[in-house]
Design a protein around this ligand. Structure first.
Ligand SMILES: Nc1ncnc2c1ncn2[C@@H]1O[C@H](COP(=O)(O)OP(=O)(O)OP(=O)(O)O)[C@@H](O)[C@H]1O
Ligand SMILES: [Mg+2]
Length: 327
C-alpha cells in the first residue's frame, strides 16, 4: 500500500496539487518589447514589469497571486494603459475596477465579494469573485486603490496573503494564485519620483523610503506591506509627448474606419499640440492631448469618411486641419 494511501488521503492530496499553478516560462524580452512599443516613455517600468512577471510565473508553488504590483505616478502617464497592454500581451482577461466607487462602508464590499445569504443580492456573485471564478488567471486592475473602504482592503488582503477570496453568498473559496493584481495610485507622486532617482541602485532603501512616502500620504500600512513591487511612472516630456499624440491621432483615424498614410501626420500639427499641452502646464496629461486632438480633427475625419476616402494624410492648412485623400 502506498504510504500516502495508508497515512493520508492521497486522492485529496493529488487533487490539491493539481489545483496548484503550473510553472510557466515566458520570454521577458519579447514581453518588454511589446509593452514598450505601446507604452511610451516608460521603458524602465516596462523592462522591470516583464522581468518580474517572468520570474513570478516560473515559480511553481506559490499559494499567492503571481504578483501584487503598485503603479504610481502622475495622471495620464500610462498606468491604466500599461495594465491593459499587459493583459493583452499575456492574453489574460482584464478585470478592471475603479476603487473610488468602493469608498463607502457596507455595500462596497458586497458588490465585489457578494452578499451573505438572506441579504439582497445574495443570488448573484460579487463582481470580483465572479470574474475570478470565470477567469482565474485574470489581470485584476484596481485603480486608485487607496480610495477603497477599509472593509474592501481587508478582503483584498486575504486575496493576496492566503491565495483565495471567499464569495459571501455561498462561502466558496475562489483561488487568486494565478491572478496578477495591479494597483494604481496618484499618491505621493513627487516623493516617489525623487526616491526612485535617488536610490535607483539601492532597492532596500528605495523600498523603505517609498513605503514611508505612501504611508504619509494616507496609504494603509497593511496594503503597503503586501505590495510586491512599486513601479514609478515618469511625467511625459519632449518627443514622447509627440509620440503619444501621434499614436492617439492614429487610433482616432482608425476609429473612423480610415488609414493614415506613411508620414501622413503633419509635424506642424504635433508641434501645435505640444505647444498647447505645454501651455496647460506640467499637470497636463495625455488625456488633455486626446481631448485637444479630438477637437481639432474629428470633423475633417468624418468628412473624409463621407467622401469615401480610405487612406488619409492630415495637413495643417490656414489654422485648421484637413484630411487629404492618399492612395
Ligand atoms: N506612456 C503612454 N504611452 C502611450 N499612451 C499613453 C501613455 N500615457 C497615456 N497614454 C494615453 O492616454 C490615455 C490615458 O492614460 P492612462 O489612463 O493610462 O493614464 P493613468 O496613468 O492611468 O492616469 P490616472 O492616474 O489619471 O488614472 C491612455 O489610454 C493612452 O491612450
Ligand atoms: Mg488610470
Amino acid at each position: 500500500m502506498d504510504i500516502l494511501d495508508r497515512l493520508t488521503n492521497r486522492a485529496a492530496l493529488e487533487a490539491k496539487l493539481a489545483g496548484q499553478p503550473e510553472a510557466v516560462f515566458i520570454d521577458a524580452e519579447q514581453l518588454a518589447i511589446t509593452l514598450k512599443s505601446k507604452v511610451i516613455g516608460q521603458d524602465g517600468v516596462c523592462d522591470d514589469m516583464a522581468a518580474q512577471i517572468r520570474r513570478r510565473l516560473a515559480l511553481k508553488q506559490r499559494g499567492k497571486p503571481v504578483g501584487v504590483f503598485l503603479l504610481a505616478g502622475p495622471p495620464g502617464t500610462g498606468k491604466t494603459y500599461l495594465a491593459k497592454c499587459l493583459s493583452n500581451a499575456l492574453q489574460r482577461k482584464l478585470l478592471h475596477f475603479d476603487m473610488t466607487q468602493f469608498s463607502s462602508g457596507g455595500h462596497a464590499a458586497t458588490q465585489l465579494f457578494g452578499s451573505a445569504k438572506g441579504y439582497v443580492g445574495s443570488d448573484v456573485y460579487g463582481k470580483l469573485t465572479a470574474g475570478l471564478r470565470d477567469a482565474p488567471d485574470a489581470v485584476v486592475l484596481l485603480d486608485e486603490i487607496e480610495k477603497a473602504h477599509p472593509d474592501v482592503h481587508k478582503n483584498f488582503l486575504t486575496a493576496w496573503n492566503d491565495g483565495f477570496v471567499t464569495e459571501a453568498s455561498d462561502g466558496k473559496q475562489i483561488s487568486t494564485t494565478q491572478a496578477i493584481f495591479i494597483l494604481t495610485t496618484n499618491a505621493a507622486t513627487e516623493a516617489l519620483q525623487s526616491f526612485s532617482d535617488l536610490h535607483a541602485n539601492d532597492p532596500d532603501e528605495l523600498r523603505r523610503t517609498s513605503a514611508n512616502a505612501l504611508r504619509e500620504s494616507g496609504f494603509a500600512p497593511e496594503i503597503i506591506n503586501r505590495i510586491d513591487r512599486i513601479f514609478v511612472f515618469k511625467p511625459l516630456s519632449g518627443l514622447d509627448v509627440a509620440r503619444v499624440t501621434a499614436l492617439e491621432i492614429e487610433a482616432m483615424i482608425k476609429g473612423y474606419g480610415l488609414d493614415v498614410s506613411l508620414g501622413g501626420i503633419d509635424p506642424e500639427l504635433l508641434f501645435d499640440m505640444m505647444r498647447r499641452q505645454g501651455r496647460l502646464g506640467t499637470a497636463a496629461s495625455a488625456r488633455d492631448l486626446v481631448r485637444i486632438a479630438e477637437e481639432s480633427i474629428a470633423d475633417t475625419l468624418i468628412e473624409a469618411k463621407q467622401k469615401g476616402f480610405t487612406r488619409v494624410a492630415l495637413v495643417a492648412e490656414g489654422g485648421r486641419v484637413v484630411a487629404r485623400a492618399e492612395s
